[in-house]
Design a protein around this ligand. Structure first.
Ligand code: EPZ
Length: 417
């Protein structure tokens, strides 16, 4: 088991490069199943979840090779349309293979992902949409079994906004016969990035980024080249780390427009935020002001930034409330932040945070990906030494986080038990 040892209280100063977005790379990697020609990707982040997706796709017969900083995937010889439980249980996003497999091969056996720490994470909308497109879907022994001839375009209205649900249904619709309309579609930049990649592969998708996406199905897709969109959540996490340590952090190779609401909240907290075409700089010299947030689907405040933003409110002047509207159990960082000295009370889906002057180092335990990022950020601001345990959670979504933080002046080392 690996852990991070952090000696807090040092200002983070310097430049850090954002990696490609995990939540764009995962659906785009699954999209390689849709065509028999090379999909050449750049800016693919080196993450545990990405490596898991590689293993899953290679198990189906996809040939994956690295050429310099590019990843080349070829699905011309698929030998299996099964996503096995032992891989799916480690990464829920494996469900993103369900629709590409069904669309191209008419068959998919994908293990039900099951819940995870932050919630039940059902996939009923993925199944409902795939059935609307003409597939027969059954659940047997914990697997989703989909069988279909050529899918047929349909008018789909999802019951709620679902990011991977929208992405899965996009990948089903691109090869369907006729027109598909997806209403209540997710508007996240990662959905837009997938749509842009699919259009480069010959798909005909309009409206990605809005809540109504129209897909004109085509007979087949072809190979393409695509660069994965920068990770707005990783970028936002580094900006907050700079702010809570009263530092000066410049994040490069990112897309400021994907972080509008977060940047507005950071400015409200008193941070000096300057943006350029592909960079954001955050400077902070005094204690942040308390700012309340409510997570919403994009373009609202992202649930994936909720835990990290809480560390800012924990150290802010004043009291704030943080309401989590997307997942039913996404406050597991709270008891760990309390071990560092935070004053937080929870009722239903709202955390009320009473800012404190300082935190003091302690041993804390990561419980899920974004919670672990918030604990690292809090430890960087805390006085004294902290240990963050179970950082395999962190490695799922952050590329070499301690290396990037050390380059900003953090006193942080990874140790193995
Ligand atoms: C994606 O998860 C992201 N993961 C999550 O990021 C992110 O937190 C989430 O979207 C919300 O933005 C990837 O993109 C790989 P949803 P996803 O379907 O698609 C309910 C991270 O930290 N729902 O948008 O699984 C669901 O329970 C991860 O990088 C159904 O009820 O989330 C939730 O309450 C964590 N039935 C809400 O909708 C369904 O069929 C939104 O979930 C689908 C979803």
């Amino acid at each position: 088991m690996q852990k991070l040892k952090i000696r807090g209280g040092r200002r983070l100063v310097g430049e850090v490069r954002a990696s490609g977005a995990k939540n764009a790379a995962l659906p785009i990697l699954a999209a390689s199943l849709l065509c028999p020609e090379d999909l050449v990707l750049s800016n693919v982040p080196d993450l545990a979840d990405v490596r898991t997706m590689f293993r899953l796709l290679e198990g189906m017969g996809v040939v994956i090779r690295r050429e310099g900083d590019k990843v080349v995937l070829n699905a011309s010889r698929i030998t299996s349309t099964k996503a096995p439980y032992d891989l799916v249980k480690t990464m829920r996003a494996s469900i993103l293979t369900l629709c590409p497999l069904t669309a191209r091969f008419g068959s998919a056996d994908v293990s039900l992902p099951g819940g995870c720490a932050i919630g039940a994470r059902p996939v009923d909308q993925h199944i409902k949409g795939l059935e609307a497109l003409g597939a027969e879907v059954t659940i047997e022994n914990g697997y989703v079994l989909a069988r279909a001839g050529r899918l047929k375009g349909a008018h789909i209205i999802t019951d709620m906004v679902t990011v991977t649900g929208t992405e899965n249904l996009l990948m089903a619709a691109v090869l369907a016969d006729g027109v598909t309309v997806i209403e209540n579609a997710a508007r996240e930049p990662e959905v837009v990035d997938l749509a842009e990649c699919l259009n480069k592969m010959g798909a005909k998708i309009e409206g990605a980024g809005t809540s109504v996406i129209t897909v004109h199905g085509v007979e087949r897709l072809h190979g393409a080249e695509h660069s994965v969109v920068p990770d707005r959540i990783e970028a936002g996490s580094f900006l907050i780390a700079g702010i809570v340590t009263r530092g000066d952090v410049l994040v490069t190779h990112c897309v400021p427009a994907h972080m509008d609401v977060l940047l507005a909240k950071l400015r409200e907290a008193g941070a000096d935020i300057v943006t350029g075409p592909d960079w954001v700089r955050a400077r902070m010299t005094e204690r942040p002001r308390a700012v309340s947030v409510r997570t919403m689907p994009h373009p609202g405040f992202p649930t994936d930034m909720q835990a990290q933003f809480m560390t800012l409110d924990v150290l802010a002047e004043g009291t704030s409330s943080i309401t989590e509207t997307i997942f039913e159990n996404r406050f597991m960082h709270v008891p760990e932040l309390q071990r560092l000295g935070a004053r937080i009370s929870i009722s239903d889906h709202t955390a009320v945070v009473e800012g404190v002057e300082k935190l003091s180092g302690a041993t804390v335990m990561a419980t899920d990906l974004r919670a672990s990022a918030s604990l690292v950020i809090a430890a960087l601001a805390a006085e004294g030494e902290s240990t963050v345990d179970r950082i395999y959670h962190l490695d799922r979504g952050y590329e070499h986080m301690e290396t990037k933080l050390r380059a900003l002046g953090a006193d942080i080392v990874r140790v193995s038990e």
